[in-house]
Design a protein around this ligand. Structure first.
Ligand code: GUN
Ligand code: ZN
Length: 439
């Protein structure tokens, strides 16, 4: 049995902080005990410290805070290479930059080289779990799962389904997409910490038959997820109305195909039609809020407050490559600004909720990750209060942990991630990277 303990400031949530103060757990001087990759105790050092066996090594993290690993609720594996591609809104951006970048994933060797780069970049930014779009090619999913399995990451991903309105090299008949998705589910879903998400790209590139095949897979495998895009951009929505004249609205296209349920995660939801939010809430679907992407592509401002009032679970999505950073700290900052324009203030604990436990709930993995408490897998970060001179200076006058978390979410990025642990093992972070270089 391997055991270890980590001492220092600890911040975590056991529930949505909007439900009350009991949801927030904070230890100014805390300790987390880990055995065989699981958290066995988490509490005040004063109380737990003296009970620890002297054999258990204690790492003391000073001038920083331990938080759960971040959960990215929406990100594209093949798009890291084309992040920061300028000047276009969604539909032209897809044609000009995204589809050409995704075509490269036809080559299995390219996929195998790209997967470790992508996952190591996620980890360096403090993202320990994610819901990931691969490309249409099954080899992109194979490479991603192989690399995530080797790193012991809790990751959910799926092969994109598309059968129209994209370059021929990225299209396949609906039946073939169904068959290949099924084979990937059989091979990977539930292997180690991996899960599968059926992944119809969005209604403009999917025929009704393709969307229905996604709905069929969701019904056949009750514990997989479904991920897609919904109501991101006005031109996209107009195209859906053209392609599906019989549907009441965009969401109805997905409803008619059996795609809208409690295991479905819809990215964006910026311009939902009247009534769609309450239908999403009723179905207990989740939203991946992608503010960095929505600003970069000029898509619009999601109505965060309305989604909250509807009672919908919200995860945060970097949505790289339309998002401009893999950092969920940077994404929290954009979320704050988007909500603020519409008159809502997202408090730091609320933003951290969406980036950790809220995301884990959206991805149906909150029984394993997203919170630092006994029984959970020990995926956690140490965020650095001295990450940059500006952050260090600002922290010197911060009065409490909420202010310090707010400073991290406004000013932080991968530089603020000092350590990343997966199931209790150090795997990334700037301090870890420094030790690797020295070795
Ligand atoms: N809608 C359909 N595909 C995509 C994509 O790759 N990125 C974003 N942001 N929106 C999409
Ligand atoms: Zn996306």
């Amino acid at each position: 049995m391997s055991a270890s303990a980590h001492r220092g400031e600890i911040f975590t949530l056991t529930d949505d902080p909007a439900k009350g103060a009991e949801a927030t757990v904070y230890h100014a001087d805390g300790v987390m005990v880990i055995e065989d990759g699981l958290i066995t105790a988490c509490g005040a050092w004063d109380i737990l410290g003296p009970t620890l066996s002297p054999d258990i090594p204690v790492t003391h993290h000073k001038n920083g805070v331990m938080v759960p690993g971040f959960v990215d609720a929406h990100v594209h594996f093949p798009q890291l290479s084309m992040i920061a591609s300028p000047g276009k809104q969604l539909m032209d951006w897809l044609k000009s930059y995204t589809f050409p970048a995704e075509e490269a994933f036809a080559d299995p060797e390219y996929c195998k080289a790209a997967a470790p780069v992508f996952l190591d970049a996620l980890l360096a930014h403090g993202t320990t779990s994610a819901l990931v779009f691969a490309s249409v090619h099954e080899q992109s999913v194979e490479a991603l799962f192989e690399a995530a399995h080797a790193r012991n990451m809790r990751l959910v991903a799926g092969k994109v389904l598309m059968d129209r309105d994209a370059p021929d090299a990225l299209l396949e008949p609906a039946e073939e997409g169904y068959r290949k998705s099924k084979a990937l589910i059989e091979r990977w879903h539930g292997k180690g910490r991996l899960g599968y998400a059926v992944t119809p790209r969005f209604a403009p590139t999917c025929s009704k038959e393709s969307l229905q095949s996604a709905g069929r897979l969701l019904a056949e495998y009750p514990d997989i997820l479904l991920q897609t895009h919904l109501s991101e951009n006005h031109a996209e929505i107009a195209r859906v109305a053209e392609l599906f004249p019989d549907a009441d609205d965009y969401l109805d296209v997905y409803e008619q195909s059996g795609m809208v349920g409690d295991r479905s995660v819809f990215a964006h939801c910026v311009h939902l039609e009247e009534g769609a939010l309450s239908r999403l809430a009723k179905a207990r679907s989740s939203i991946a809020f992608c503010p960095s992407s929505n600003l970069f592509l000029g898509s619009g401002l999601m109505d965060y407050e309305a989604a909250r009032k509807a009672g919908i679970e919200i995860g945060l999505g970097s949505d790289v490559g339309a998002g401009t950073s893999l950092s969920l700290l940077a994404t929290m900052s954009e979320a704050y600004k988007v909500a603020h324009i519409k008159g809502t203030v997202i408090a730091a604990e609320q933003a951290f909720y969406h980036a950790t436990l809220g995301g884990a709930r959206a991805l149906h993995m909150a029984d394993r990750v997203g919170s630092l408490k006994p029984g959970m897998e020990a995926d956690f970060l140490v965020l650095d209060y001295a990450a940059t001179p500006v952050i260090a200076g600002r922290m010197a006058v911060a009065r409490d942990v909420m202010e310090r978390l707010f400073v991290l979410m406004m000013l932080g990025d991968d530089r603020a991630v000092r350590h990343v642990y997966l199931a209790g093992k150090p795997v990334a972070g700037h301090a870890f990277a420094a030790t690797q270089q020295a070795a």
